[in-house]
Design a protein around this ligand. Structure first.
Ligand SMILES: Cc1cc2nc3c(=O)[nH]c(=O)nc-3n(C[C@H](O)[C@H](O)[C@H](O)COP(=O)(O)OP(=O)(O)OC[C@H]3O[C@@H](n4cnc5c(N)ncnc54)[C@H](O)[C@@H]3O)c2cc1C
Ligand SMILES: NC(=O)c1ccc[n+]([C@@H]2O[C@H](COP(=O)([O-])OP(=O)(O)OC[C@H]3O[C@@H](n4cnc5c(N)ncnc54)[C@H](OP(=O)(O)O)[C@@H]3O)[C@@H](O)[C@H]2O)c1
Length: 429
């Protein structure tokens, strides 16, 4: 880019790291603007597109020793209806039900890739090892990017770009909480990243830690497969009935000398399996965060202007870092905003103003009592955010139906919560 706002006459060269939903979305929009952008190079460490949605039966590592990327499990269905989940300009097959088995999302992404002729621009089995800025002084400072990748044979190659889109996902590096005495647990400890199906756990006693989407879903799968499940979590008691064999408990606080688990309320249990559904860490092994003015922590990356770019390097874009969003519509907006920045149609504020905005946003969350690990959760704020990106980047906003359908789902869950509360109150009268 014009990082530093000098005008270039040539097409801009963009590298995209990852061919999951975000990377494909970036490539699709770059390819649609040939006047400004050269066709991108999309680096993909696996041999296929889809990222998370490519179900991998194996756990552990690929043949080349790299850790398996996808955390997908065999029987997962989407938790957003397809009408909300889709890229706004690319619907799912209308014949399909709203909540889909993961295979349908993979097919959808493959179709997206084919329809937009992205495949010829993807380098499969190419691992990005390093992305580093090169700042040169001309009429003003100008940034280009060196991207070093490694192919199947292990040989490395460095190429230069005007901009880099980081689309490497953030649900691959398991977050292992520090539980005192964890090494004393005598059974098996696994993380949901390596969970595929419930059959191996049939008849076993399993403590599932964490009640996010993975913890809840996997507990239900295990319960239906005849495992005795203790769902240990720090949320209020879950407001819906759980299947036979699934009980709730407070968070695991310690593993005792004899290998038993002690919960926060003092109760104790033995278990054969401890299944950590405790989420994922941000991990960008190919970046040197300090050089970019960034701080990467387990659950937080700061400061990012508009949750997208390091203020000092506004030609590097990290797509989809936020949580509790509708991922595909969110990528669709972020990518178009980023391209508008590169095209020069968005006038960015000064470095100091971008830093202040990014840091101010975080400071306000701290004041509201938001914990560090929840700082990148957007939820209701995602609509205003998407609207601002569209207005500033001058592209079509998300259709209002995306928000209304999403909130309809929320409303329905709230009714369930209230009904449950009323039932509990009636019982205790
Ligand atoms: C279990 C699970 C269930 C989910 N369910 C839903 C759902 O129902 N609905 C929904 O909308 N979202 C869901 N999500 C969120 C999901 O993460 C997004 O839908 C979306 O897949 C994220 O896309 P992405 O491109 O950002 O990341 P990913 O899909 O993770 O893709 C990243 C890509 O980058 C590649 N890559 C990584 N590092 C490198 C490197 N160094 N060099 C080259 N390539 C690299 C990876 O191989 C991968 O292909 C779910 C997530 C999980 C984990
Ligand atoms: N389609 C589906 O049905 C489906 C299924 C699975 C996953 N997903 C998606 O995949 C992504 C990841 O979901 P996830 O559930 O794996 O991760 P997640 O959303 O980060 O949830 C992890 C949960 O673990 C809890 N936790 C962490 N450490 C803990 C501890 N020591 N004790 C007790 N609880 C602890 C967290 O609590 P705090 O919140 O308090 O930190 C959080 O509730 C999300 O986008 C999700 O929507 C979707």
């Amino acid at each position: 880019m014009s990082s530093d706002r000098t005008v270039r006459m040539q097409q801009l060269r963009v590298a995209v790291v990852g061919a999951g939903a975000a990377g494909l979305c970036a490539a699709r929009h770059i390819l649609s603007r040939p006047d400004t952008f050269a066709p991108p190079i999309v680096y993909e460490l696996t041999e296929h597109v889809g990222g998370t949605w490519f179900y991998e039966e194996r756990t552990g590592s690929y043949d080349n020793g790299l850790p398996i990327h996808s955390s997908m499990y065999r029987d997962l269905r989407t938790n957003l209806p397809k009408e909300v989940m889709m890229f706004p300009d690319f619907p799912f097959d209308p014949q399909l039900p709203s909540f889909l088995p993961h295979q349908e999302v993979q097919k959808y992404l493959e179709r997206y890739c084919q329809s937009h002729c992205i495949t010829p621009h993807i380098r499969f089995s190419a691992v990005v090892d390093e992305v580093s800025p090169v700042v040169t002084e001309g009429k003003g400072p100008m940034t280009t990017w060196e991207v070093t990748s490694r192919d199947k044979s292990g040989s490395q190659n460095t190429e230069t770009f005007d901009s880099v889109f980081i689309c490497s996902g953030h649900y691959s590096d398991p977050h292992i909480p520090s539980i005192p005495g964890l090494e004393r647990f005598k059974g098996k400890v696994i993380h949901s990243h390596s969970y595929r199906h419930p059959e191996p756990f049939s008849g076993q006693s399993v403590v599932v830690l964490g009640a996010g989407a993975s913890g809840l879903d996997i507990s239900l799968e295990l319960g239906r497969s005849n495992a005795q499940v203790t769902l240990s979590h720090g949320k209020p008691t879950l407001p819906f009935p759980l299947p036979y064999g699934v009980h709730q408990a407070t968070p695991v606080e310690e593993i005792q000398e004899d290998g038993s688990l002690r919960f926060q309320d003092g109760s104790i249990t033995q278990a054969q399996v401890l299944l950590l559904c405790t989420g994922y860490n941000f991990s960008y092994p190919f970046l040197e965060p300090a050089r970019l003015g960034l701080k990467v922590q387990e659950h937080l990356v700061t400061p990012l202007y508009r949750f997208l770019m390091p203020p000092a390097f506004p030609s590097l874009f990290i797509i989809g870092i936020c949580k509790i969003i509708c991922p595909f519509p969110h990528f669709h907006c972020q990518v178009q905003f980023a391209l508008a920045v590169l095209e020069g149609s968005v006038a960015l504020p000064s470095l100091a103003e971008m830093e202040e905005e990014a840091q101010g946003e975080m400071a306000r969350k701290v004041e509201r009592g938001v914990q560090l690990r929840h700082m990148l959760k957007m939820d209701k704020e995602q609509w205003g955010y998407a609207q601002t990106l569209a207005q500033t980047g001058r592209f079509a906003p998300l259709p209002p139906v995306t928000q209304s359908l999403y909130e309809e789902g929320e409303g329905w869950r709230e009714i369930q919560r209230q009904q449950r509360r009323r039932r509990v109150m009636t019982q205790s009268c």
